[in-house]
Design a protein around this ligand. Sequence first.
Ligand SMILES: NC(=O)c1ccc[n+]([C@@H]2O[C@H](COP(=O)([O-])OP(=O)(O)OC[C@H]3O[C@@H](n4cnc5c(N)ncnc54)[C@H](O)[C@@H]3O)[C@@H](O)[C@H]2O)c1
Length: 315
Amino acid sequence: MSLRRAKISIIGAGNVGATCAHWCAAAELGDIVLLDIPQTDGMPQGKSLDLFQASPIWKYDAKITGSTDYADTANSDVVVITAGIPRKPGMSRDDLLATNAKIVGSVAAEIAETSPDAILIIVSNPLDAMVQRALQVTGFPSNHVMGQAGVLDTARYRAFLAMELGVSVEDIQAMLLGGHGDTMVPLTSCATVGGIPVTHFIKPERLAQIVQRTRDGGAEIVKLLKTGSAYYAPAGAAAQMVEAIVRDKKRLVPVAAYCDQEYGVGGYYVGVPVILGANGVEKILEIPLSDEEKAGFAKSVAAVKSLVATMATLV
Ligand SMILES: NC(=O)c1ccc[n+]([C@@H]2O[C@H](COP(=O)([O-])OP(=O)(O)OC[C@H]3O[C@@H](n4cnc5c(N)ncnc54)[C@H](O)[C@@H]3O)[C@@H](O)[C@H]2O)c1
């Protein structure tokens, strides 16, 4: 019998990476390696030691290692890639394309070498293109390479709906499709409070405002922070995906998954509802869409295709 903790490596020990390590440790999801570039000079080691020192207080058992050497990440079960630059005010996610495509490409190549059986969760932006890059470089099975966007966008939507209705966030369910943020497609019929459609309680014009705030959820925080982008909720979302995999929870969540025949996408990453478990994206669920949702989804897919085409000229 071989029983061991899952090994989770998080590449990029900045705001999202370190916070993801925090959520993963607190939920006792496994042993954690937090890796950054050598120029960070002790930063991943310092953050990891700090996080380990919190473990007696918050009662989690985990080996937490800070490193700049991929050898320490060898044979990881799950790798979360947050390496790259974040947005500053006035920047769109797409403005990060050239820099982050190179960074994600180099990280993915290292992971393919050291953890050939890992399941990869990409967080770096522009998300849908970065996942495609990781798939191209690693050559991993496409269900083992995915992106985090929908869990965050859904959480933002659920948080704003709970705020509007004055109810627990736990009682709100929602589902979104499409690209991250600006091109996301909320499925109005899937937004419920205690199983009751939210449209019973919120007028269409108000719901449209909440959807728009969700769409701009990242930009609202970038504007407030001024020096970077959101990280608590993005990191929490990535940690929830790690949990679904290491605990084989079969969560039904929106994930940037590789769709070929599904939804007629033709070989690109786009946000769709999936079953997430120990084998990564175990199933992509195809659900009927209204004409408006179909049009929004087509716009998302077109945006992803155009980004991927631009990326091909840059790497
Ligand atoms: N998908 C999402 O929902 C979502 C949400 C928030 C942020 N993001 C993205 O996540 C990324 C990270 O954001 P952040 O706020 O943590 O930024 P950050 O600047 O705080 O951290 C990024 C880290 O990556 C490291 N890094 C750079 N090149 C590297 C390399 N080659 N190998 C390893 N590490 C490397 C940097 O040294 C830095 O520590 C950004 O691209 C951001 O846009 C995505």
